[in-house]
Design a protein around this ligand. Structure first.
Ligand SMILES: [Zn+2]
Length: 299
């Protein structure tokens, strides 16, 4: 795996899977499998494909996970819709927000039919320069899986199951850029995407969840209503809308792990993650009070 700071997968997958399994089992003991349905949880994926890729959840697993949601009576929606529901006073069935990072074509090919079948919706965060072909993901040095092109994105966005939102232009680690570059990545991606989709773009995803006070401010100034980190946890009515929490579903997750992530068993970061990310990404501890900004990799 390429070691470009701020992007791509990181923790060795077998280690991460082992720790995840232990936490899931502990959650199962504590909760007896009861799902905590307070607030809003956001689950995110990258690819849905049978490729051997640490960012690819197999189509079979993805289908099983979506069937778990449906069987439990969950409504799965995109991010903006989920936050609207969180803010509304109306009683609603349990809701989960789903999103896919980076706009890989296999999401349209493999995940979309399953979502459609179950009446689910999801948000897809796309880096506009990668869609354009002028940038690429640094962690795929010579075998980058195809991303959706503009024609597909516009068509799918209008169809309504998938809703496309911004994820910078070139997918950098924003923390490594100077002020102008960071602002440009955040603002220009909104402008580019709005021109293509012919509608307001409301949500932003910090690449790899890496951001600081500066990016938070640029995102607000650009006019985004929502932004997602990779900080795990549940979102309540008082959660900062520009630092929404979410949990990644990993290829090695078993049903118990999915269940535990859905139900609140993985609402805190993995042990040592802050240390690991400081070493790997040179992240600085947050300057924003009471709001953890260190987030998990691979988004
Ligand atoms: Zn990403």
């Amino acid at each position: 795996m390429a070691g470009t700071p701020g992007i791509g997968p990181s923790l060795p997958a077998p280690l991460k899977a082992g720790v995840t399994r232990v936490r899931s089992a502990w959650w199962l003991v504590r909760s007896r499998g009861r799902l905590d349905s307070s607030g809003l949880r956001v689950l995110f994926y990258h690819r849905v494909s049978d490729d051997d890729d640490p960012l690819a959840v197999s189509t079979r697993k993805f289908r099983q996970q979506m069937e778990v949601l449906a069987a439990e009576g969950f409504r799965a929606v995109g991010l903006a819709e989920a936050v609207d529901l969180l803010e509304s006073e109306r009683p609603a069935p349990p809701t989960i927000a789903l999103n896919f990072d980076d706009g890989f074509r296999d999401v349209g090919e493999n995940a979309l039919p399953i979502l459609e079948l179950l009446g689910f919706r999801a948000t897809v965060f796309v880096p506009t320069g990668v869609v354009e072909g002028t940038s690429s993901f640094a962690w795929y040095p010579d075998d980058q899986p195809p991303v959706m092109n503009w024609e597909e994105i516009v068509e799918l966005d209008r169809a309504g199951t998938l809703r496309f939102e911004a994820h910078t232009v070139t997918h950098p680690s924003l923390l490594l850029l100077d002020d102008e570059e960071s602002r440009w990545e955040i603002t220009q991606s909104k402008i580019d995407l709005e021109a293509r989709l012919e509608r307001p773009v409301e949500a932003f995803c910090y690449p790899a969840g890496l951001f600081g006070e500066r990016e938070h401010q640029f995102v607000a100034e650009a006019g985004y209503r929502l932004a997602v980190s990779c900080e795990p946890g549940v979102n309540g009515r008082d959660t900062d809308r520009l630092a929404l929490r979410r949990r990644q579903i990993d290829p090695r997750d078993r049903t118990i792990d999915f269940w535990a992530k859905l139900g609140g068993g993985h609402d805190t970061p993995l042990p040592l993650r802050g240390f690991y990310r400081r070493v790997r990404y040179g992240e600085q501890p947050s300057k924003l009070p009471s709001r953890p900004l260190r987030t998990s990799p691979g988004s």
